[in-house]
Design a binder for this molecule. Structure first.
Ligand code: SAH
Length: 244
């Protein structure tokens, strides 16, 4: 059993409490679903390294313009004293440092799978959550190894991006999901959306569960599910359909 630490440097530690408290992702990240790898999430409050009476972590941008920029020196202190020293690391190369922002590699299921199967298992990880107008470029070039973007829109901070990344990739860490095959049957795995699903009652507001699903012919069920996946994808995501 190996233990992997996931460090999260943020100005809003409280964001992460519900992620860690709830559901299967929470269990996994609390180290409770471990078979071969156990996670240990450490939240580092960057404010603790803020400057002066007000614990300032940001300042006005050189060249003018609106908003504030997070200081590289404050982030470097938080990284060195809040992660490197308490973690017992001797060199930054022992860690994979991750930033999120619009310039990053677009996050999708394929990227999440590689992240869960490799990045999360290979090395301890540090997430840097940006706030305000972002982070001094020098911290990014000196410290960050990988950057990911959730999509072409602007979040007010990196916290939701980091939580989304963890939630969508932890399912792919070997030995974490109870039902190992379920991640392979979810949407996107074969370039298709999931087929419709039904449970009890058999009749709801005048509509019955499709007959084929209730009659126990497995070959017919598989065939119906595949047809439905294709229909769903053509109807709802023609862009995905075109790409396959
Ligand atoms: N001024 C920046 C946006 C700053 S938003 C720009 O125009 O690009 C504040 C923080 O939110 C960023 O530092 C980043 O960590 C996070 N963030 C914003 N949009 C994001 C996105 N699409 N994906 C991931 N993180 C994002």
């Amino acid at each position: 059993m190996i233990t992997r630490r996931i460090w999260i440097m943020t100005l809003f530690p409280e964001f992460f409490k519900p992620l860690l408290d709830c559901g299967v992702a929470g269990q996994a990240l609390r180290g409770e679903r471990a078979e071969s790898i156990k996670f240990d999430v450490r939240i580092v409050n960057v404010r603790d390294w803020g400057m002066g009476n007000y614990k300032a972590v940001d300042d006005t941008p050189y060249g003018g313009g609106p908003g504030m920029v997070m200081r590289a020196d404050v982030l470097a202190s938080a990284f060195n004293e809040g992660v490197m020293i308490p973690g017992g690391y001797t060199d930054k190369s022992e860690l994979t440092v991750i930033y999120t922002g619009p310039r990053g590699t677009p996050w999708n299921n394929q990227v999440a799978r590689a992240f869960g199967e490799q990045t999360l298992t290979d090395q301890d990880i540090v997430f840097i959550c940006g706030r305000y107008e972002g982070i001094d470029e020098r911290f990014l070039t000196h410290y960050v190894d990988l950057t990911f973007s959730l999509g072409d829109y602007v979040l007010t901070g990196g916290e939701l991006a980091v939580m989304t990344m963890l939630d969508s990739s932890v399912r792919f860490v070997p030995g974490i999901l109870g039902n190992k095959s379920s991640a392979n049957e979810d949407s996107f795995e074969d370039g298709l959306l999931e087929c419709p699903q039904y449970t009890k009652p058999r009749e709801f507001e005048g509509e019955s569960v499709p007959e084929v699903l209730a009659n126990g012919n497995h070959a017919k069920i598989k065939e119906w599910q595949q047809d439905q996946k294709e229909l769903m994808t053509k109807t709802h995501r023609p862009d995905l359909w075109e790409k396959r």
